[in-house]
Design a protein around this ligand. Structure first.
Ligand code: DAH
Length: 339
């Protein structure tokens, strides 16, 4: 019996020694120490042993079991450590690796300029509204005092969806939508995209942006227009900026004007930037034509108003000293990042 136990032990230790995985060690445990294992079989065969021998044999079996268990336990611990170490090595983080660059975009100069304009007018109590880019001829032309045969229609040739529906050529169409709502007074700006059948060059694009402004209330005069737009120019281009109004013609305003600002590079003395003029044209404006008010259901005897329209790209180009409008549409991140 003793020999048999020695044999079992030797075989168990040999198998433990040979095990190269935790599953193998577990197999050894089951085979030798389990309910159907070899040692249990020995215990079961105790009935063949003489009664007086039994305690001794029992003790021997227990000792063998304990020895095998001890070695098995140690092997399991060693094996687990090896597995853990390998895992740690596999999952090690090399903190000296350069970090992945997170490439975030950059706000477009148009967006920056628009937010600046919105900030200025919101500060003066204006509301920011938007109108449709696909527009009826009526809103883009007719209701703005530009009937079918008006020469101003030629200057703003556009893309027609059909005879009556077109891509708007000017944000002035939003004036009509606002007036038709029938809520007075009105104090709004309306930024948005406009379209014209223009060839692309350094100063033209078939699609660009404007910001429209409209104020309608009782007793609004040209003095309100001047004060508001002078304030706007100072906020946008600096406190020292002066403004000048030149008479002009727009069908939907009377009187009409174009506003120039003193060149913010030379302060008005004349330089390369302002082409020696000292002044830079920035917007069109005027008192809303009584017939325009009337067509949208506002009584021109009770209400007056002023309007203005400014090119967003023009502001961005001036403010950021960009000399070619096409750069604004290429969306090259190296260009955009500079602003
Ligand atoms: N809509 C005009 C244009 O595209 C700009 C303009 C001029 C708008 C005078 C106005 C205005 O509101 O009063 O050329």
């Amino acid at each position: 019996m003793k020999e048999k136990l020695e044999q079992i032990k030797a075989e168990a230790l040999r198998q433990i020694e040979e095990s190269d995985a935790l599953e193998k060690l577990n197999e050894v445990r089951v085979n030798f120490l389990g309910k159907k294992g070899e040692l249990t079989a020995v215990l079961k065969s105790m009935k063949d042993v003489a009664p007086e021998e039994r305690p001794k044999v029992g003790q021997l079996v227990n000792e063998t079991r304990e020895e095998i268990e001890k070695v098995l336990e140690e092997s399991v611990r060693r094996m687990e450590k090896t597995v853990r170490d390998a895992k740690m090595r596999r999952e090690v983080i090399d903190v000296t690796l350069p970090a992945k660059k997170n490439n975030v975009g950059h706000r477009h100069p148009n967006t920056i300029a628009l937010e600046e304009v919105e900030r200025i007018f919101i500060g003066m109590g204006y509301e920011v509204v938007e109108g449709p880019e696909i527009e009826k001829d009526y809103y883009n032309f007719e209701a703005l005092n530009i009937p079918a045969d008006h020469p101003a229609k030629d200057e703003q040739d556009t893309f027609y969806i059909d005879g009556d529906i077109l891509l708007r050529t000017q944000t002035s169409s939003t004036q009509v939508h606002e007036m038709e709502k029938g809520r007075l007074p009105i104090r709004m700006i309306a930024p948005g995209r406009v379209f014209r059948a223009d060839e692309v060059d350094a100063t033209h694009s078939p699609s660009f942006h404007q910001i429209e402004g409209l104020v309608i209330d009782k007793n609004i005069t040209f003095a309100d227009l001047k004060g508001t737009l002078a304030k706007f120019a100072k906020e946008l281009f600096g406190e020292d900026t002066r403004v000048k109004f030149r008479p002009h013609h727009f069908p939907f305003t009377e009187p009409s004007a174009e506003m120039d600002v003193t060149c913010f590079k030379c302060g008005g003395k004349g330089c390369r930037f302002c082409k020696g003029e000292g002044w830079i044209e920035i917007l069109g404006c005027g008192m809303v034509h009584p017939h325009v008010l009337e067509m949208s259901g506002i009584d021109p005897e009770q209400y007056t108003g002023f309007a203005f329209g400014v090119g967003l790209e023009r502001i961005a180009l001036l403010k950021y000293e960009i000399d070619d409008m096409r750069l604004l549409y290429e969306n090259d991140i190296r260009f955009l990042k500079q602003f």
